[in-house]
Ligand binder design. Sequence first.
Ligand SMILES: Nc1ncnc2c1ncn2[C@@H]1O[C@H](COP(=O)(O)OP(=O)(O)OP(=O)(O)O)[C@@H](O)[C@H]1O
Ligand SMILES: [Mg+2]
Length: 390
Amino acid sequence: MKGDIGADTPVRSLRVLHIEDSELDHELAMAHLRRGGAQVEAVRVDTEAQFREALGQPWDLILSDYNVPGFSGLKALEMLRDSGLKLPFILVSGEIGEDVAVAAMRNGAADYLLKANLARLGPAAEHAIDAFRTLRARERADRELAASRQRLSELAQHLQTSVEMERAAIAREIHDDVGGSLSALKFDLAWLGRHAPTPEIKARVDSATEMVNHALEASPRIMHNLRPAILEQGLVAALQWLANRFERRTGVVCSFRSSHDHLQLPPGVPLVAYRTAQEALTNVSKHAQATRVSIDLSLVQGVLSLEVSDNGRGLSGADLAKARSFGIRGLHERASTVGGWVDLSSGTGGTTLILSIPLDAVASPSTLGPGGPTAGDEGHEHDPSTWGEL
Ligand SMILES: Nc1ncnc2c1ncn2[C@@H]1O[C@H](COP(=O)(O)OP(=O)(O)OP(=O)(O)O)[C@@H](O)[C@H]1O
Ligand SMILES: [Mg+2]
C-alpha cells in the first residue's frame, strides 16, 4: 500500500520521539511513517525520566501512546508545554474517548489517532509538522517585528531628545556669542557715532546701529522658538502665554484653564507638555478651520493631563496615516520619553488631543530627555537659554 505523503515528494529525514511501551506498536507506527516517504530516525521512550531527558535533543515530531504504564500521553503533553518547546505532538491510542481527545487538543496536541487507523499517521505527521513550522515562522516574524518597532521607537525618542538638546545648545550660543558680540558692537558703534568727523559718517553709523538693534531684538525671539524661556515661570504660565499669543496671532479664540495655579512637576515633563500644546495649536491653525480652541491642564490622582480641543472640521484615520506628517507621531514618541501617551478623538464637533503623564512613572533621569537635571550646565545657571529644571 502506498502512503498519502506521496512517493513523488523528496525523501526527507524525520526525527521522531515516540512514547510507547510496546516495541511492536512502535515498529508498526514507524513503518507507517516510512511508507509516507520519510526517512525516519526514531527513539522510543516509556518513562517520564527518559522522556524528560530526550526532550533535550532536537525532534521534528513527538508521537505518544495514550496509555503507558506509570506515565501517560497527557502527562507527556503537559511536560512538553512546560518545557516551552514548540514541537508537534500526536497522541495515538487503542481507543480514545472524545473527552480525552478534547483535553489533548486543548493542551496543544497537534492531532490524535486510533491505533486501528495508523494509515492516517503519515499525512497527520506531515500536516502537523508543516503547521508547527508555519507557527514558529510566524512567531519569529512577530518577535522580529516587535524588536524592530522597539528599536524604531527608541530611535525616534533619541531623535526628539537630541533635537531638544541641539536647540538648547544653539539658543545658548546665540545668547552667549551672538548676543554678546552684538552688544559689544553696539557699544563701539555708539562711540564711533559720538566721534564721527562728518554727518555722512554719523548717518552711516546710525544706520549700522539700527541694524544691530534689529538683530539684538531678533535674538530673544529666535532663542524663544528654540527653547521657550517662559517655561522657567512654570508650565501654567507658559501655557497661558502660549494661548494668548495663539489667539492674538490667529484670531481663533483660545481659552486656557488649569486645575492648579502652579504645578511642581518632574524635570522633563513641562517641556513635553509645552511642545505638545504647541504642536496641537499649530495643527489647529493649519488644518482645523476652527473658531475656538481650549487648553485644559489638570493634575488628578497623580496623572497630569493636557487637553487641547478645537471646534474645527475634525480629522480621519487617513489624515493620521499621511506619509509626510510627523507632528502627531512625534508627540507619541515625545510623550513616551516621560512615560506618558497621547490620545486623539475626533468627530463633527472637532478634534481633541489629550496628553496623559502619570507622574510617578517619570523615573530615572535617563528617561527625562533634555529637560532632565543632567542636561543643565552649571556654568549657565542664570542664563535663560539653559535648560535648568524645565
Ligand atoms: N486639529 C486638527 N483638525 C483637523 N485636522 C487635523 C488636526 N490636527 C491634525 N489634523 C490632520 O492630521 C494630519 C496629521 O497631523 P500632523 O501634525 O501629524 O502632521 P502635519 O501637521 O500635517 O505635518 P507636521 O509634520 O508639520 O506636523 C494633518 O495633516 C491634518 O490633516
Ligand atoms: Mg502638525
